[in-house]
Design a protein around this ligand. Structure first.
Ligand code: SAM
Ligand code: SF4
Length: 324
């Protein structure tokens, strides 16, 4: 399945819930109002969309949120997704807090790997950026993920001025001791938190310079053209460093990704409000073929380029309602 620009659509991110057990400052407002449960897709509805996507050539699925591990019945849902013919890779993006209980059952259900969000190795800074998170819960979750064989492990850190811009050195230092991929993400602006996000934005060039000044030169590594991260290695490090710079260096040419929001909209670009509603036809009794054709038609319309430089900001949703 290709879009209007000839990009192959092979990757679907599914937000399993808009709820979360944290309130990271770069993601959602403290007084976040969540959607009523009946607005969220059921397991059966998610599986219909997923089967349609697989039929059209999607091979990779990433479960996200909100926090995917707070969705009831998650392990069963993962088992059913992993069993869909054609789906070769099932990954999850999580804050890691619930992995101590869930890593093993998820791995047994067919989850291949996890990306864990971790913005600081300092307990107090971690608490401040997540508003109430406990660093030790995430570190325990990482141990559980490793013990359950969920690999390779990737860590994601959003860099936020005034919160963790200096933490990037310690986080990068993890790659000297672990075979992990540590990725630094430029903060993107969305909806009601856009003002804060724009004022505390740190460009990847600054993060790279800070790491290089403390830990030595970053040596570029050639990876697949589909990875949104530009990848480097510190000299002698077993792990890698990645920089995801959607704001300063958009990677639209390599983007073969669609997102299904928890309330059943196919989001065609993370940074644009274009969406196609799949929940309404699903609930109106559309056939599998109809859903598949709606999916294909929406995918074809996938846009190119975002408007951040012209101050065109996605307004309708914050990040947790899209699924990063
Ligand atoms: N709760 C899970 C987690 O935190 O990993 C999954 C959902 S979260 C929305 C997915 C990813 O988006 C996380 O890595 C998070 O750090 C990132 N993220 C959230 N808000 C962001 C923003 N404004 N700009 C860039 N990345 C953001
Ligand atoms: Fe929750 Fe993830 Fe958003 Fe943090 S980034 S508030 S953990 S959804």
């Amino acid at each position: 399945m290709q879009d209007q620009y000839g990009r192959e659509i092979r990757d679907l991110r599914i937000s399993l819930t808009d709820r979360c057990n944290l309130r990271c400052v770069y993601c959602m407002p403290e007084e976040m109002v969540f959607k009523p449960r009946e607005e969220l897709l059921t397991d059966d509805e998610i599986l219909i969309v997923m089967r349609a996507a697989a039929d059209l050539g999607v091979r990779k699925v990433r479960l996200t949120g909100g926090e995917p591990t707070v969705r009831p019945g998650l392990v069963d849902l993962v088992r059913r997704i992993a069993a869909i013919p054609g789906i070769g890779d099932v990954a999850m993006t999580t804050n890691g807090i619930r992995l101590t209980q869930l890593a093993r059952p998820l791995a047994e259900a067919g989850l291949d790997r996890v990306n864990v969000s971790l913005d600081s190795l300092d307990a107090e800074k971690f608490r401040r950026i997540t508003r109430w998170g406990r660093l030790q819960d995430v570190l325990d979750g990482l141990d559980a993920a490793r013990a359950a064989g969920l690999s390779p492990i990737k860590l994601n850190a959003v860099v936020v001025r005034g919160y963790n811009e200096g933490e990037v050195v310690d986080l990068a230092g993890l790659t000297l001791r672990h075979e992990w991929a540590v990725r630094f993400i430029e903060m993107m602006p969305f909806g009601s938190v856009a003002g804060f996000q724009q004022s505390a934005y740190v460009p990847s060039t600054e993060t790279m310079a800070r790491i290089a000044a403390a830990l030595g030169p970053l040596e570029p590594i050639d990876v697949s053209g589909y990875d949104p991260a530009r990848t480097y290695r510190l000299r002698g490090a077993p792990g890698t460093l990645g920089f995801i710079s959607a704001v300063s260096q958009p990677f639209c040419a390599q983007c073969g990704r669609l997102r299904l929001t928890a309330d059943g909209k196919l989001r065609l670009c993370l940074l644009r409000d274009d969406e196609a509603d799949l929940r309404t036809p699903l609930r109106a009794g559309a056939s599998f073929e109809e859903i598949r054709e709606r999916f294909r038609a929406a995918a074809y319309r996938k846009p190119w380029g975002h408007g951040l430089a012209r101050n065109v900001i996605p307004r309708r949703r914050v990040m947790s309602q899209i699924g990063g």
